[in-house]
Every structure is written in C-alpha cells, then in structure tokens.
Write a protein that binds this ligand. Structure first.
Ligand SMILES: *Cc1c(COP(=O)(O)O)cnc(C)c1O
Length: 385
C-alpha cells in the first residue's frame, strides 16, 4: 500500500442494502439516495455510479457543488435534488442542467422563476414546508404567496415536490413532535391542493421515519444512513427487529478503513508516550506508529480510548491522537511489524471495529464519524464477486 491509509467500498454490501430497502419500501415508493457530505464520507465519485448501477435513479444532496459532482458521476440523466444551499449566481446553471431544488422562502421562488424565464425553461422545485422543526421552510403565509406566484408562472415552474423534514424520527421521545409535524404537513398540503396545485411527489421521510412511521413514506423516501449500512439509532433497529424471528442485522456496512504500521518502538516503563503526559508506560511496552490522525478524520477524542485491529488482535490507542499519526500498544502482538495491516474501521479475521463502537467512545454520532473522514483518503471499490 503506497497511501498512508485507504477506504474500501464493498459493492456486495451496497447492493444488499439497496435490495433490502427497495423490498421494504415497495415498488411504488422512490428511494432517493442521500449523498451529501461526500456520500456520508464514502466518496461521491465512487458511490454514485454504484447506486446508479444497482437501480437508484434519484439523488439528494445538500448543496450545488455536491449536485455538480453527482451530475458528473452519473452515466445517464437521473434526478438530482438540492435540499439546501445554492448561491443565486448558480441557479441558472442548475436549471439548465435540470437539477431540482428545494424552495424554502419566497425570495428563492421568485429568483428561481426569474432565471427560468430567462432560459425559457421550467425550474423543478420542491416546496419545503415549515411544519415545526423551525429550521427551513415556508410558513402558512408564505404558502399563500407561493401559491399565487406558482399560478402566475405555470409555464416556468414545475412543482416536483411538496416536502418537509422531521425533527428526530429516530427517537421515541420525539414521537408527539413528529405526529404534530405530520398533521401540519397534511394541513398545508390540503391548502395547496384546494388551490388546484398538485405536487408530483410528496415526501417527508428520512431513514428513521421511513421505518418508524410507514405512513410518512408517501412518494419518495430520502434515505441516507441506512443505504450505507447503519441504522439511524439503536431504537430504530430494535423496533425493526422486535417481532422478527431472525435477529440478524439485514444491513451490511459498506466502508472499511485500513492503514499499516509505519514504525515499531520499545518504550521503557516510566516513559510518557506522544504529546504531554496523558499516557505513562506502566511496564516496558512495544508501540506501533500508524499514519492516520485527526486530519484524516480520526477524532482527537479517541485519545487513550480508541482501538485498532492488528494481526487479528484488538490494540489500544495510547497517548493523544496527533494530526497525522496515532500510536497503538502492540506489546501482546508478537508478529506486529512494519507494514502489518491496521484496521481502523472494519473487520480483520473474527474481530470488527464498528463505526458505532467508535462513536460510542468519542460521543460522536455515526453520521459525524463518517462525515469527518477526510475526502483526501483514497477510496477503492471492492468489486462484486
Ligand atoms: C440528511 C437528510 C436526509 C437523510 O437522513 P438519514 O437519516 O441519513 O436517512 C433526509 N432528508 C433531509 C432533508 C436530510 O437533510
């Protein structure tokens, strides 16, 4: 391995997750693959062609720059939907490319239509409703205005969607808040439809909502975390597995992250390891230096807490996590040597380091751990066998 570390993407696992989700959602529900944050750290350029190959034809991103990366990674025209940021200056290009966008205020609606007029094209919008998350979306007043603007400009605007985002469907403690949001959504939808405006697609659900609130599936489910093989929370997994006889997890993790030992050192009892005084050798120990650090996405909060796999054994990260290096205690790994494989996330022989173990220790969400994986690490696809 010439790179200091690599991220491997397992195509079989990806195919398994797509198939599982398609089966659960049924043929009438479109699965939009959420590939924001560099496809949850997996790499947009690697993941998008694989999703396309395995039958996904709807993609959701946060921003215009991500939309362009998806656009350039696809082999045919597929739907791309920007759920968040696009600069005014980029609207024209997005409309020309047929990229769809969320509209969460009247200014954006007016400007998008203005750009569409100049191009003599229709802009495909997803009108986002404020239903109680209090993040983005138009309120009742805005809806009335939006209705009249859409009606006046029917030849330039296509209402592809009417949508909202639920504020924490993965946790039972949010149940009544979510129910209230769903009610509000339907109320606003009724207003829209009673004005003879019919959105092509209604959508509100992310992974958790698609499983916990089946009624929230509607026409499109916007699935991120589960496509990559993770449950949104342990609660969602437990709810799913509860009345199943087969208790094995139907999802497979797609990503693994590997490095190698860069150097081995003997450290005498009484010596400190790495910066500062956070790790004191209590006996003579043997350490392995590994060329990944917080610059690669290995959180500093894993200092003196993280674990890696070397020669089929679990080894402790000792001392603080550096920008580009970590140190592991390999005193009990007789055959640890320069060049030995180090698994940071993933399996080695019978052992596995899961992202969840990672996040349990560092108090980060699965989502955070994945999103922090540096975009500079090489992504390699392990092809279908
Ligand atoms: C990120 C995001 C999703 C996907 O959420 P998951 O929990 O990863 O399935 C869906 N909708 C919106 C608006 C999002 O921002």
């Amino acid at each position: 391995m010439t790179d200091s570390s690599v991220i491997n993407i397992d195509e079989n696992s990806l195919q398994n997750n797509v198939a599982f989700l398609k089966k659960k959602m049924g043929t009438k529900v479109i699965i939009s693959a959420v590939v924001k944050a560099n496809a949850y750290g997996h790499g947009i350029e690697q993941i998008v062609p694989l999703f396309e190959k395995h039958g996904i034809n709807h993609f959701s991103v946060f921003s215009y720059d991500e939309a362009i990366r998806v656009y350039n990674s696809l082999s045919e025209h597929q739907t791309i939907m920007i759920m968040g940021w696009i600069a005014d200056a980029e609207l024209t290009d997005a409309i020309e490319k047929g990229i769809e966008l969320y509209v969460f205020n009247i200014e954006r609606l007016r400007l998008a239509i203005e750009c569409a007029k100049q191009l003599n094209k229709k802009v495909c919008i997803h009108l986002e409703a404020e239903t109680g998350m209090n993040r983005s979306g138009i309120n009742d007043e805005g809806l009335v205005k939006a209705i009249s603007i859409i009606k006046e400009n029917e030849q330039y605007v296509n209402l592809a969607g009417f949508c909202t985002h639920l504020a924490g469907a993965e946790s039972i403690s949010n149940h009544s808040r979510i129910q209230k949001q769903l009610k509000k959504y339907h109320k606003m939808l009724t207003v829209l439809e009673s004005n003879d405006i019919k959105p092509t697609y209604k959508h509100v659900a992310n992974s958790a909502a698609a499983f916990i609130y089946p009624k929230a599936r509607m026409d499109i489910v916007r699935i991120g975390i589960m496509l990559y093989g993770f449950w949104s929370s342990i609660e969602v997994f437990i709810q799913y597995i509860n009345n199943k006889t087969n208790k094995t997890d139907p999802l497979d993790r797609i990503l693994s992250w590997k490095s190698q030992i860069m150097s081995i050192k003997e450290v005498k009892c009484g010596e400190f390891v790495s910066y500062g005084i956070s790790y004191l050798a209590q006996t003579d120990i043997k350490t392995a230096l590994i060329p990944i650090g917080y610059a690669s996405g290995y959180s500093r909060s894993l200092s003196n807490k993280g674990r890696v796999l070397i020669q089929g054994q679990r080894c402790s990260v000792i001392g603080v996590v550096n920008m580009n290096m970590i140190i592991a205690d390999v005193s009990n790994v007789a055959n640890a040597e320069v060049g030995s494989e180090v698994v940071i996330i993933g399996k080695q022989n019978d052992l596995e380091i899961k992202v969840s173990a990672f996040s349990d220790i560092s108090d980060e969400l699965n989502y955070e751990v994945l999103a922090h994986l540096s975009g500079l690490i090489k992504r390699t696809i392990i092809e279908k066998i």
